[in-house]
Design a protein around this ligand. Structure first.
Ligand code: PLP
Length: 445
């Protein structure tokens, strides 16, 4: 094949598959996985349970079966960015009703691409809610952009549009609403504020895959949006995974953005591809990174994705059970209300207290629950309190003054409880432990 500069390459796809007339198989150039490797992976995914002796006996027969299978099998060919990843994206696009979807290593990587295409550069500003996971601000900190923390709505812990406008300046490039626990932010108001100022919105729907906002899939309302498939999320892809989506034409650049700018639609003389910079919304160049997802991640995502509705239904049932068990208990506040077509993915259960009625705050309740063995999810605190923010020159005390709701709910008001995959018995135990603890606190015990 004679490469032609500036023209579409005829073969398309991945150049490493062009075996040519020699038909050298793909697996000839990399170390294959053996039957023993496959067996170890199986054992990793299905470790011994409560009867180790029985497990070992079964393992023997599985090992023999895998050996027999290996004799008849070919080898896994493409291990990264192949058909599984492609299919994962196709299925996700259909489900989310979006034009572009990019499956990648994790959502932190997805956000990096979203920030780049939004035109974020050193010295620019990004508005994020004060309460989120550190990943939301990782890329802005990395490049020396300024992170501006906006206060949250105490009922949901989500970015409150009422505090958004006053944080916007001429340098604001991106607003990042985070749907904490999978409960949707007030996207209509956030989008209307952003549109008026011509600022991009990137929805951090790390927890919100499968949730809806006014009938639309959460994560598809902003200019960019995306999801995490880390091991603790509603669905995961063997521990890590992420999806970045957009309806903007710049989504055409996702593949380049994910894999170092390799551009198979163009070639240079005597080479099979060109490497191009990303073009941000202002037409300026941005450097791509390497966020390639593996085929096994893609496959794992597809397997769990196929049962997403069942998983969310089970979570919703568990959340409804907790809400009804805890309803009317003085000192506890009800979970946030969903609207028409607006449904949480029920990633976490938000437990809030009214310290005055409780005669104690959430710290006292958390301590009691921990003593009763009730796990809580400690991932979401005010980012401005972390050492890294201070080291980057921010003043945590000054920021805290601009975020009074955050201070109140974080110190006194909320914790998150897990929902899944808890058994009915575990849920009943958890509800009982919460009620008992609340009653003790009200009684001053
Ligand atoms: C709110 C939020 N944003 C972003 C991320 C990052 O996702 P990932 O772990 O897939 O990079 C997480 C992960 O837990 C998160 O909770």
């Amino acid at each position: 094949m004679r490469p032609v500069k500036g023209k579409k390459a005829s073969s398309g796809g991945d150049f490493r598959y062009s075996a040519g007339p020699a038909r050298v198989p793909w697996h000839a150039v990399g170390e294959p996985f053996s039957q023993a490797d496959a067996m170890s992976i199986l054992e990793f995914l299905l470790p011994p349970g409560e009867s180790p002796a029985k497990y070992r006996r079964r393992l023997g027969s599985v090992r023999r079966a895998v050996l027999a299978l290996a004799r008849e099998s070919g080898r896994a060919t493409k291990l990264t960015l192949g058909k599984q990843v492609e299919q994962a994206e196709k299925e996700a696009r259909r489900f989310l009703k979006v034009k572009h979807a990019c499956y990648l290593t994790n959502w932190t990587a997805g956000m990096e691409i979203g920030y780049k295409l939004s035109g974020l550069r050193p010295g620019d500003e990004v508005i994020i809610p004060s309460i989120t996971f550190v990943a939301t601000m990782a890329y802005p900190l990395l490049i020396g952009a300024k992170v501006v923390f906006a206060d949250v709505d105490p009922r949901t812990l989500n970015l409150d549009p009422r505090y958004l406008e006053r944080k916007i300046t001429s340098r604001t490039r991106v607003i990042v609403p985070v749907h904490v626990g999978g409960f949707p932010c007030d996207m209509d108001r956030i989008m209307s504020i952003a549109r008026r100022r011509d600022i991009y919105v990137m929805e951090d729907a790390a927890h919100g895959f499968g949730a809806t906002y006014k009938g639309r899939q959460l994560g598809t309302i902003g200019h960019f949006g995306g999801y995490s498939f880390h091991e603790v999320k509603n669905i995961n892809s063997l521990g890590e995974g992420g999806l970045l989506v957009t309806n903007l034409p710049c989504g055409e650049q996702f593949k380049k953005a994910r894999f170092l700018g390799l551009d198979f639609s163009r070639t240079i003389p005597n080479w099979l591809y060109d490497v191009s910079a990303l073009e941000d919304r202002f037409g300026r160049p941005q450097a791509p990174g390497n966020h390639s997802a593996t085929e096994i991640q893609g496959l794992a995502f597809r397997l769990q994705f196929a049962r997403i509705q069942k998983i969310i239904a089970a979570r919703r049932k568990a959340a409804a059970f907790l809400a009804s068990e805890l309803a009317g208990e003085p000192g506890l506040l009800p979970p946030p209300k969903e609207g028409r077509g607006t449904r949480s993915s029920c990633h976490l259960y938000l437990l809030r207290v009214d310290p005055r009625t409780l005669r104690a705050d959430i710290q006292a309740l958390k301590a009691k629950l921990s003593r009763k063995g009730v796990t809580q999810i400690p991932h979401f605190g005010p980012l401005y309190k972390f050492d890294i923010v201070r080291k980057f020159g921010y003043d945590p005390k000054a920021i805290a003054k601009t975020c009074p709701n955050t201070e109140e709910v974080f110190n006194h008001g909320f914790t998150h409880l897990p929902l899944y995959p808890l058994t009915g018995q575990q849920l009943r135990y958890m509800a009982k432990a919460v009620k008992e603890s609340v009653r003790q606190l009200r009684a001053g015990k």
